[in-house]
Design a protein around this ligand. Structure first.
Ligand code: PEP
Ligand code: MN
Length: 354
């Protein structure tokens, strides 16, 4: 199905990409205002804060609900930034609109639920508000497109997508695996749909924000949504992944926005492949380390030594042969596996000494 889309028409400036920034959650009026004032001073045009927070388990901070909406309205009146929040039910939509929310977004858990998406779409009939749809938590492009289609059929034409990564069971570098090929495929299928990246929820750690922003820009994303808090370590939700408005400003200032027309299309396609393969390599390494820790636990239980030289030699020999069959220098393959082995042993020893 073709989507009937109109431009989002949201404020941005020429030097920087389109950015939505603000805390994960609206915690207190003071925290909201303090963060918003700092972001506005740094030239941010679009503010975000979660008013209703979906939490994995009960007992966490589930948002202030309606109580936080007047704070958001105050942000808009005082700083002139546009305000945005996550909506998950028709009641949220009604309340958000009552308080003049400018932009709505649908969270990853909601996108994954067609019943909830249909109810939201029905509640948005006849309303002209830009809506961003986050990818579903599971890597299912059809579910993502389906959610966009439901909204579009209800008449929402100012639509955007947010790539926030995909959850998985294994321990890994990213909180949510980026699987860049999925938003790339979304872009191929619906070329006029703006897609922005959410490095905060992909990375889950603040050190990863800058490289992920750069990667999104390099892949030609249309903008970013980044969590920013006046006092990140004290945040009531997602503390590890939030940055101060100052740090965010620094990250944005350092971003290299490449002119797609300068690099030849062929090279950038090849680079995308390299990035994707490197991501897969890193994921594979993380998986391998998980197995090593498992072996560590087994060896501990059975009182076995960590280092077993015969096994190590066998690995080096086999991988050396595999390497030379694909044209790689045996010294290179040996070096790679020595390093991997060294780290595997370190991880096992950590487990054994626990
Ligand atoms: C959020 O943006 O704070 C949020 C809860 O995001 P997601 O739906 O991507 O988990
Ligand atoms: Mn969050």
């Amino acid at each position: 199905m073709e989507l009937d889309l109109q431009p989002l028409n949201l404020p941005s400036d020429n030097e920087r990409p389109f950015v939505i920034a603000g805390p994960c959650s609206a915690e207190t009026e003071e925290q909201v205002m303090n963060t918003a004032r700092q972001l506005a001073m740094k030239g941010c045009h679009n503010f975000r804060a979660g008013v209703w927070k979906p939490r994995t388990k009960p007992g966490g901070f589930e948002g202030n609900g309606e109580k936080a909406l007047p704070w958001m309205k105050k942000v808009k009146e005082e700083t002139h930034m546009l305000i945005s929040t996550e909506v998950a039910t028709p009641e949220h939509v009604e309340l958000a609109l009552k308080y003049d929310m400018d932009i709505l977004w649908i969270g990853a858990r909601t996108t994954a639920n067609p019943f909830a998406m249909q109810a939201l779409a029905d509640s948005l009939k006849g309303v002209d508000v830009p809506v961003f749809v986050k990818n579903p938590v599971n890597p299912d492009l059809e579910l993502w497109i389906g959610a966009l289609e439901r909204l579009n059929q209800a008449g929402v034409k100012r639509l955007g997508a947010i790539h926030r990564g995909f959850s998985s069971y294994e321990q890994k570098i990213y909180r949510n695996a980026p699987m860049w090929q999925i938003p790339i495929e979304l872009h191929r299928r619906i070329p006029n749909l703006p897609i922005i990246s959410d490095p905060s929820h992909i990375g889950g750690r603040r050190e990863l924000i800058a490289p992920l922003c750069q990667q999104a820009m390099d892949l030609g994303f249309d903008g970013l949504i980044v969590e920013s808090h006046c006092d990140p370590d004290k945040a009531w939700s997602d503390a590890k992944q939030q940055v101060t408005p100052d740090v965010l400003d620094y990250i944005l200032a350092l971003l290299i926005i490449r002119d797609e027309h300068v690099t030849t299309e062929g090279i950038s396609q090849l680079r995308k492949q390299i990035d994707e393969l490197d991501n897969q390599l890193m994921d594979l390494l993380a998986k391998r380390m998980n197995v090593c820790r498992e072996i560590g636990r087994y060896k501990k239980e059975h009182n076995m030594t960590v280092l077993q030289a015969s096994r190590y030699n066998e690995i080096l020999e086999k991988r050396g042969v595999q390497g030379s069959l694909t044209g790689m220098a045996p010294e290179f393959v040996a070096k790679v596996f020595e390093s991997i082995h060294e780290e595997s042993v370190r991880q096992q020893i950590e487990i054994v000494n626990k």
